[in-house]
Design a protein around this ligand. Structure first.
Ligand code: 5GP
Length: 113
């Protein structure tokens, strides 16, 4: 697996406020939260970005999408949250290990910046 900031969090080489873990994924609080809940949900397998994924990742991508509302609910935000995936530098991606931002706890405007 390529070393990324997030793989170091998976391996506990960098500390993080971990809020969920199973055999396939890990969720932890964003270091620079943009909302009262701002968690990052990542696969343990490193996929650099969403557009790199193929049909082989069907199962893990489904797992992540289904886990996001569970994690939001566990954090107290059952009905109102936003899930964001930045894909590529121009879209704002800075860490090249696929991650879902889970944001909740304030009014979120649209369109995003
Ligand atoms: P991106 O911009 O790639 O979509 O999101 C990367 C996210 O990772 C950002 O929201 C940033 O605040 C977060 N982040 C960067 N470094 C760390 C870190 O060391 N720990 C945690 N918990 N989050 C980080």
């Amino acid at each position: 697996m390529p070393e990324t900031l997030f793989s170091k969090i998976i391996q506990r080489e960098i500390p993080a406020d971990i809020i969920y873990e199973d055999e396939l994924c890990l969720a932890f609080k964003d270091i620079a939260p943009q909302a009262p809940l701002h968690a990052l949900l990542i696969p343990k397998q490193c996929i650099a970005k969403l557009s790199d994924s193929t049909a082989a990742e069907h199962s893990i991508l489904g797992h992540l999408i289904l886990k996001a509302p569970e994690i939001a609910a566990e954090q107290g935000y059952q009905d109102c949250f936003r899930v964001v995936i930045n894909n590529g530098e121009q879209a704002g991606q800075t860490v090249f290990h696929l991650h879902l931002h889970i944001l909740a706890g304030r009014a979120l405007s649209w369109p995003p910046g």
